[in-house]
Design a protein. Structure first.
Length: 79
């Protein structure tokens, strides 16, 4: 059992929704080695990535508990 599986079984009973969030491709030191494709692949400033995470956090519904969400488009990423 993964921690995510355990949390998605327990926390809904407490009214808590648990999701994993991917902020998308951000222009950071960590992705700097891909700088040559930042524009091609749509890398964004970290402030934009952070806003996406806040948006998903604010709008996620309890029925999505346990999913991995791509904050670039709000779609589920398969585990």
């Amino acid at each position: 059992r993964t921690h995510m599986h355990t949390h998605t079984q327990t926390y809904p009973l407490l009214g808590i929704t648990v999701v994993a969030l991917h902020p998308g491709f951000n222009r950071t030191k960590m992705t700097e080695k891909y700088k040559h494709i930042w524009d091609i692949e749509g890398a964004v400033d970290p402030s934009v990535g952070a806003k996406r995470v806040v948006h998903e956090t604010a709008t996620v519904k309890p029925d999505r508990s346990g999913v991995f969400i791509n904050c670039e488009d709000g779609l589920e990423i398969p585990w």
